[in-house]
Design a protein around this ligand. Sequence first.
Ligand code: COA
Ligand code: ZN
Length: 294
Amino acid sequence: MEKVQIMDVTLRDGLQNESFLLEEEEKLYLANGLAEAGFRRIEAGAFVNPKAVPQMAGTADLFKNHLGQSASKSDFYALIPNEKGYELAKAAGVSNMAFVMAVTEEMNQKNVRMSVEDSFEQFLKIFQRSKEDQLNMRLYLAVVFHCPFEGVTDEKKAIEWINEFQHLGVADLCLADTDGMAKPEQVQRVLEATIPVYTQLETTLSLHLHNTYGYAAENLRVALKAGLRHFDSAVAGLGGCPFAPGAKGNIASEDLVAICEAEGFDTGIDSKKLGELSQWLGNIKLERTKGQKA
Ligand code: COA
Ligand code: ZN
């Protein structure tokens, strides 16, 4: 059976848009539970300004005290938006990082308060340093298909960015539909223009879907058909970007696993364990958001 690999982003993208917080021990429980469920790549936090995203405060301690020296079979990732994030993550013992930049000016300004060009320059420096430091570096390209501020993303421009990173040797690139507005035919065109190079280079190209208008499942099917085998998801479809108005949750890990398996792929995920985690998290959410406005 052909394999599909899923990176779970519940502890970062999932939590960052939720109004409840998890304690360090709870984050650790979830991280270890996800590893036990079979996720081999788990994004467990972000090194961002805690005033901007309070849900990610404590990421340094989570890695310093636990995940940085974990003997788990799974790799734990942390998102970084700039050089300061790189420094902080490295000091906390993070060995798998994910840098984020958007392909549209307004989204990048709103998210990381830099121009796209400045983010690109920071990435080049960080990427070089990550090689010297022997750390894994993933790159998220945000708003590849649609931007909440600028509308439909210029497809040619998006493909040019993807190709640029291929030429720079970025072996782990993730295309994010940040606000969940990608249309299946758009996903198909972008992937058909980019997958062959990644397949040839045996590097990783992933798709990060959100489910704003219910397109995520269709986008996933189109991507599988186009040959993509790496996806991101969050337990119970939690999440979204606090800086992308209208963005709804990530594609639910449960749905992703079910659809991939129905299409004949092996995800290596234990659905029973995943269901338990989903219920555990759902109960915490319910308890902590009681009385809050939706
Ligand atoms: N981690 C933690 N703190 C950081 C930081 C990082 N990577 N980068 C900057 N800071 C802190 C600075 O130390 C400073 O703190 P202070 O106010 O206590 O002195 C403050 O943030 C402002 O620093 P500055 O360099 O002017 O950054 P900024 O205001 O331009 O903000 C970001 C840049 C990226 C840190 C901020 O916009 C941010 O955290 N955005 C969140 C991005 C995010 O998580 N998006 C969702 C995921 S894609
Ligand atoms: Zn996302």
